[in-house]
Design a protein around this ligand. Structure first.
Ligand code: ATP
Length: 354
């Protein structure tokens, strides 16, 4: 029997609460395979106690795992960004997780803030480049606090980085076409009219696109695309975009799905150890109250199983969540649902066992 070695970094705030539910669901869905969970303490709370950030040798250890589940990192008493950089960037750069995959899928009409949109209208996969672009951390501040202070930030788009992301997106569009039994469609989103170096995206997209004549290919500038996502989300299937635009558009996408409590993501290096997480943060305002929605963390665990090749188990998680939402048994993603974190987790487990 196959045993998957899965790292678990539950983190801070609501991270451990939602991760606990995701692990319950993973146990419920296993059939013909097993897990060996390896827990890691790295978080703001751990830093406050020990002053420890992620050591290099741990990043090497992560590379030997099959997958990693992350809850959320961020503690109000720790300098903003310190532990986040160590854990999240440690994972992203240490494991070269160059794809951020964000499904934007509506599971129940009542969750969508748009009038008249139903689940068949909103099913978009956003492929965000995850290690370069505007977040390459190149830049700095000169003469801080002086009247002539200067701040610079340089965006990086490498040929290798752009091409591997676009290639992944074309492959994904092709596999979604097969699964959904409809023509493949990939949209490049950039701002190459104003930021001319982004023309590398336009050029590589056209070049790689020649290898995918079966995929309908189009393009939108990011400002117009933000509008189109609201006006006509049904016109899009797979999106490929830069790190910053992907970050912004996927928060917009989370809102179309019903909110941050249901938005899951995968940070991938196809073929190697990859990481799966809810897109929300540690939410200190609701931590410890048992009211966080665990569905994003549960769906992220499902994405991990899909990535590991356990499609049946992954599908059972997603369809159970979809059923509970569509039937109104989970009527909302926040406290209006009248359900607490563990009740929602238990309902998903029960649904899986039905
Ligand atoms: P970050 O800065 O890392 O994004 P944050 O804690 O400031 O972290 P988020 O956690 O992303 O911000 O979320 C903002 C707000 O959304 C939270 O303060 C919380 O009220 C709400 N929220 C986030 N996640 C959930 C969830 N799983 N269930 C319910 N509400 C949530």
């Amino acid at each position: 029997m196959k045993t998957y070695n899965i790292g678990v970094i539950a983190g801070d705030g609501i991270g451990p609460e939602v991760t606990h539910e995701a692990l319950k669901v993973l146990h419920a869905v296993k059939h013909g395979f097993d897990y060996n969970f390896v827990e890691y303490p790295y978080s703001g709370a751990h830093y406050l106690k020990t002053k420890e950030l992620v050591p290099d040798k741990v990043i090497d250890e992560w590379k030997t795992l099959d997958a990693i589940l992350l809850g959320a990192i961020g503690h109000p008493a720790v300098e903003v960004g310190l532990v986040e950089r160590s854990v999240i960037l440690g994972l992203r750069f240490g494991l070269d997780l160059y794809i951020n995959l964000r499904p934007i899928k509506l599971y129940a009409e009542n969750l969508c803030p748009l009038k008249g949109k139903t689940p068949k209208d909103i099913d978009i996969a956003v492929v965000r480049e995850n290690t370069e672009g505007e977040y390459a951390q190149i830049g700095g501040i000169l003469k801080k606090g002086m009247p002539d202070e200067v701040a610079t930030s340089t965006s990086i788009y490498t040929r290798v980085g752009v091409e591997r992301t676009i290639r992944y997106a074309f492959e994904l569009a092709r596999s979604r076409a097969k699964v959904n039994n409809k023509p493949g469609h990939l949209t490049l989103v950039d701002k190459a009219n104003a930021i001319r170096p982004q023309e590398i995206w336009t050029r590589v997209f056209a070049e790689v696109g020649k290898e995918y004549p079966d995929i309908q290919q189009d393009h939108a500038y990011v400002d117009a695309f933000a509008m189109l996502m609201i006006q006509q989300p049904e016109s899009y299937d797979t999106i490929v975009t830069t790190n910053l635009y992907g970050d912004i558009l996927t928060d917009l996408g989370a809102t179309l799905q019903g909110g941050i409590g249901i938005a899951a993501s995968a940070n991938l290096h196809p073929g190697k150890t990859s990481m799966f997480e809810p897109i929300h943060g540690s939410a200190p305002d609701i931590a410890g109250q048992g009211i966080a929605c665990p569905l994003a963390a549960i769906l992220a665990a499902g994405m991990a199983l899909d990535y590991l090749g356990e499609q049946d188990a992954a599908q059972r998680i997603e369809s159970s969540v979809a059923h509970l939402l569509a039937s109104g048994r989970i009527p909302a993603l926040d406290s209006k649902s009248g359900l607490n974190t563990s009740q929602m987790g238990d309902m998903v487990v029960e649904q899986i066992r039905m």
